[in-house]
Design a protein around this ligand. Sequence first.
Ligand code: IMP
Length: 428
Amino acid sequence: MAVTVIVGAQWGDEGKGKLTDLLAAGADVVVRYQGGNNAGHTVVVDQEEYKLHLIPSGILYPETLCIMGDGTVIDPECLAQEYDGLTRRGISCDNLRISGNAHVIMPYHRLLDALQEDARGAASIGTTRRGIGPAYTDKTARDPIPVRMWDLLDKRLLRRRVEGQLAEKNTLLRTLYDAEPLEVEPIVEEVWGYAQGVAKHVCDTRALLFERIAAGDDIVMEGAQGTFLDLDYGTYPFVTSSHPVAGGACLGTGLGPTAIDSVLLVTKTYTTRVGSGPFPTEQDNEIGNLIRERGREYGTTTGRPRRCGWLDGVALKTAVRINGATSLGLTLLDVLDGLETVNVCTAYEIDGHRHIVVPSDASRLSEATPIYREMPGWCCDTTQVRKYEDLPQAARDYVSLLEEIAGVPASIVSVGPGREQTIRRGPL
Ligand code: IMP
């Protein structure tokens, strides 16, 4: 039995989906513990591409139990579409279980997310506009009681919740945004309609996990977004509203910290970011464009071009500590294949002081000057390599440098999107 958490080291989009898919092959249970359809995973199986936003990528394995934990937020429309889409392609969703405690993203959350972002103007966070922030805001506000997945099992209860919410939301819409008020009944009908196909999967997922742990199952906990989008440990306020870090896996499922055996920290061999916020190693130039095109760095969820830059070793070292990482999963090594030299940031200089971990006041990050170590590139194709020793020496030196900075070994190196384009090196 082992419980492994897969967590992003950067600002999301590190390739966690591929590694989750890989580990799901040997797992009994895959759990998502936070976030909602702001995430996007692309998994390629036998040349077939699957884009998943909500449902854990373990769903592609018929025997694997897939859980959406208490800490997630669920948009019933997105869930219904994803569920139907998978079923139409012959993928059974029978093994999906959804926590009744997960909060529901309602149409008014999406609307508010968009209105709030527009009102911020140039100071916008660059959210995915999927209603994530407003849904988590209501969760922490507690009153009026928001809609949770349990409430989608009882139409009268759902109506009562929506009535309570709209009494408040309509005041907000009218007074703050000069927007039309919303009506209860169309929202209840819409959400109720989407919930019908998936309601049978709603249950007490915490009890289920306790049972599976007791039975000795192998469990993979799949984080969405990344360490520096964490509400507390990210580059606040340019963060998401949940806890992508490994600690979030406990909060979002009900398992205690000692249940976790290993934490696989997934990092690209370079860095990307979508949305606003500081990004010290950003290359808003030819290098950034080259990485974007070679790495197909456009958002799975929003299609936005991602900001691209060199690997930030300061952020990597910090992420190892925040997450208690036991090993690294290095992704997209092949994207750097054509470069003559490759840079890695090993320290920041802020106000004449050198920093080797990210300062907790994220506003200082925008003043950071990265200090780089230049490494020779390998200028050859690595996409066909299957054994670590067959990688060119310069690529292995690059991996060794990242391991040295992180202080933990790279247990997985990925050289392309396919399942077979993966080099396994050691324990997670
Ligand atoms: P929200 O999660 O939609 O509220 O967006 C907050 C910030 O997190 C924005 O900068 C988004 O671009 C970013 N974000 C949210 N989800 C993802 C993701 O899955 N990958 C990368 N960035 C994300």
